[in-house]
Design a protein around this ligand. Structure first.
Ligand code: NAP
Length: 284
């Protein structure tokens, strides 16, 4: 019988994960299906019971369930528990363990794009949502010496800063809001990587979260959104090296595949499937 995996989201039809994960299972010769499961927020509990009853061995979790799923898990990997954000679940005969591979995805994507390791200097996050929480906590644990968190809602930046200090006391943390340009410019000044982790930029007419002028011109800039946003282009025009979120998507998926199968993920086959799915979407 085929092994079964899924991605839960609402909506989820746009997800690129089925193409990428199916390619990984096929490349490794594993008889498996990976499906998109649309699950409304108020039906999350029902959806999980159905996945368990139908023998699904694992699943990804995407917007808007990354936090809500934590109520249904038997155990959560510590950084994901602190972040309150889970994107990968393993089902061991009804015992559900949650992980987040978003931080690993960012780490590998930044290594590929910029040749950097987590310990290679200070990182600034613009945004303090689920993805920023998962990524900042992961980088702190992996040895990033200083992390700056800037967010529209300062209380959320503060909450993340406190979580980092608790999980990884050796990491220096600074946080603040979007109001004071002089403050933003001074705290980002020694960041060799700046990560745009807000959802601003998804729509064409979205404003930039902070002025690109405040980003050091010699910083590398990682945009979590899967396209080249206006913010990213303006940072590039300032001389920054820039890349969009496609690499993070690829590597978080590779991290999930490794957790489910224990195998080294076939990254190049996953990348090719992802690129083909993006191209198909653009032409349809
Ligand atoms: P989230 O938990 O909903 O957080 C949203 C973030 O955006 C918060 O920091 C929020 O600030 C900020 N924001 C939203 N609207 C804003 C506005 N009008 N002005 C200023 N700030 C605003 O979302 P998430 O899961 O962290 O995802 C964030 C982005 O990363 C999304 O675009 C998502 O697609 C992308 N992502 C990419 C990957 C990948 O693999 N490449 C993985 C995960 C996420 P407040 O706290 O003030 O509301």
């Amino acid at each position: 019988m085929k092994r079964k995996y899924a991605v839960l989201g609402w909506p989820v039809q746009h997800s690129l994960s089925p193409a990428m994960q199916q390619a990984a299972f096929d490349a490794c010769g594993i008889e498996a299906v990976y499906e998109a499961w649309p699950v409304a927020p108020e039906k999350l509990g029902e959806g999980i019971e159905k996945l368990k009853a139908d023998g699904y061995e694992g699943w990804n979790v995407t917007v808007p369930h990354k936090h809500g799923i934590t109520d249904y898990l038997s155990e959560i990997d510590p950084p994901a528990a602190v972040a309150g954000s889970v994107n990968t679940v393993i089902n061991h005969d009804g015992y559900l363990k949650g992980y987040s591979t978003d931080g690993y995805g960012l780490e590998k994507a930044a290594e590929e794009a910029f040749g950097r390791k987590p310990q290679d200097g200070a990182v600034g996050f613009i945004g303090a949502g689920g993805a920023a929480n998962a990524a900042a906590l992961h980088l702190a644990v992996q040895g990033t010496p200083r992390i700056v968190i800037l967010n529209r809602t300062v209380a959320k930046a503060q909450h993340l800063a406190e979580a980092i200090r608790k999980l990884e006391p050796s990491c220096e943390v600074v946080y603040g809001g979007f109001e004071d340009d002089a403050f933003i410019s001074s705290v980002l000044a020694d960041c060799s990587l700046v990560v745009q982790a807000t959802s601003l930029g998804l729509k064409e007419d979205d404003p930039a979260p902070v002025s690109p002028e405040l980003v050091p011109h010699d910083a590398d800039v990682y945009e979590m959104i899967y396209k080249r946003t206006a913010f990213l282009e303006k940072c590039r025009a300032r001389g920054c090296r820039t890349t969009d979120g496609a690499g993070m998507l690829l590597h978080q998926g590779a991290g999930s595949f490794r957790l489910w199968t224990g195998l080294e993920p076939p990254v190049e086959q996953m990348r090719a499937a992802l690129q083909a799915a993006v191209q198909k979407r653009q032409t349809s």
